[in-house]
Design a protein around this ligand. Structure first.
Ligand SMILES: NC(=O)c1ccc[n+]([C@@H]2O[C@H](COP(=O)([O-])OP(=O)(O)OC[C@H]3O[C@@H](n4cnc5c(N)ncnc54)[C@H](O)[C@@H]3O)[C@@H](O)[C@H]2O)c1
Length: 253
C-alpha cells in the first residue's frame, strides 16, 4: 500500500511549479489531492496529470489573499473528501519588480503581504480548525531560504518568508499536544515560472546565483516534493516546528 493511501491533501498554488510537483507526488503515493489555484486552467491541468498517473484529485479555485475564498476551499475539501489530513500552504508570488527597499512600490508591497503572509495565515487558521475537530493533521508551509536569510532586491518577499517561518514555529508549539505537526520548507532557487521571471529580469543573475549553491545546480520541483512527503510521513511523528532548507547545501555556507 502506498504511504499516503486515502489521506486527504489540500495544496494551494498547485497549478504550476512546486505546487504541481507536490500534487503529482502525493497523487502517486495514493493520496486524495485537492488542487487549488487562482488560475483555473492550470489547476485543472494538474488534476488531469494526477489522474493520468492513476491518482485521485479535484480542483477548487481560490485566491489565498481572500479569507472567505480560503475558508470555502477548506469547507469544499471536507465536503468532497471528508477531512483534511495534510495542508500544504504553497501559493506565493515573487514580489513584483526586483528593487532595493526604498524603490519598492506600495502596490507590490501590499500584494506580496496579502498573498505570501495573509494567504498562509488564512490557510493555517482554516486547516487548524478542521484538524482540531478531527483530532489531528499535518501542515507544511512553503517558505524559502529567503525566509532564513536576506535576499537582496527582494526585501518584502524575504520579510514575508521570515514571517511564514515565524507562523510555522509558533503554531507548532501551540498545537504540539493536539496531534498536529507543523513544519516549513525553505527551498533555494528551484525551476518554476516564478524563478524564470526573475532570471528574465536579470539573465546574468542566473549564471551568478547557481555558483552560490554548493551542489552547483538549481532545485527541481521534485526535490521539494520528496522533502515534503518525508516531512508528512508517519515515520516523522516527532518532528514539528522545523524550517527545513532544501537548497543543495546553500544554508550551510
Ligand atoms: N521556485 C523557487 O525558486 C522558490 C524558492 C523558494 C520558495 N518558493 C516558494 O514556493 C511557492 C511556489 O512557487 P513556484 O516557484 O512554484 O511559483 P509559480 O509561480 O511557478 O507557481 C505559483 C502558483 O501559485 C498560484 N498563485 C499565485 N497567486 C495565488 C493566489 N493569490 N492564490 C492562489 N494561487 C496563487 C499561481 O497561479 C501558480 O500556479 C511560493 O510560495 C514561492 O515563494 C519558490
Amino acid at each position: 500500500m502506498a504511504s499516503f493511501q486515502n489521506q486527504v491533501v489540500v495544496i494551494t498554488g498547485a497549478g504550476a511549479g512546486l505546487g504541481r510537483g507536490m500534487a503529482l507526488a502525493f497523487g502517486r503515493e495514493g493520496a486524495k489531492v485537492m488542487v487549488s489555484d487562482i488560475d483555473e486552467e492550470s489547476g485543472q491541468e494538474t488534476v488531469a496529470l494526477v489522474q493520468k498517473a492513476g491518482g485521485t484529485a479535484a480542483f477548487y479555485k481560490a485566491n489565498v489573499a481572500h479569507y472567505h475564498q480560503v475558508d470555502k476551499l477548506m469547507a469544499v475539501t471536507v465536503e468532497h473528501f471528508g477531512r483534511i489530513d495534510i495542508g500544504i500552504n504553497n501559493a506565493g508570488i515573487g514580489g513584483g519588480q526586483m528593487a532595493r527597499l526604498a524603490d519598492i512600490s506600495l502596490i507590490d508591497y501590499q500584494k506580496t503581504i496579502d498573498v505570501n503572509l495573509s494567504g498562509v495565515f488564512y490557510c493555517m487558521q482554516a486547516e487548524l480548525k478542521q484538524m482540531l475537530a478531527q483530532g489531528g493533521g499535518k501542515i507544511v508551509n512553503v517558505a524559502s531560504v529567503a525566509g532564513l536569510r536576506p535576499l537582496a532586491n527582494a526585501s518584502v518577499y524575504s520579510a514575508t518568508k521570515h514571517a511564514v517561518v515565524g507562523l510555522t514555529k509558533t503554531a507548532a508549539i501551540e498545537y504540539a499536544r493536539k496531534n498536529i505537526r507543523i513544519n516549513a520548507v525553505c527551498p533555494v532557487f528551484t525551476h518554476s515560472n516564478m524563478v524564470q521571471s526573475m532570471f528574465d529580469q536579470s539573465p546574468e543573475l542566473e549564471q551568478k546565483l547557481v555558483k552560490t549553491i554548493p551542489m552547483g545546480r538549481y532545485g527541481q520541483p521534485e526535490d521539494v516534493a520528496q522533502a515534503v512527503l518525508w516531512l508528512c510521513s508517519e515515520q516523522n511523528n516527532f518532528l514539528t516546528g522545523h524550517a527545513l532548507p532544501i537548497d543543495g547545501g546553500s544554508a550551510a555556507v
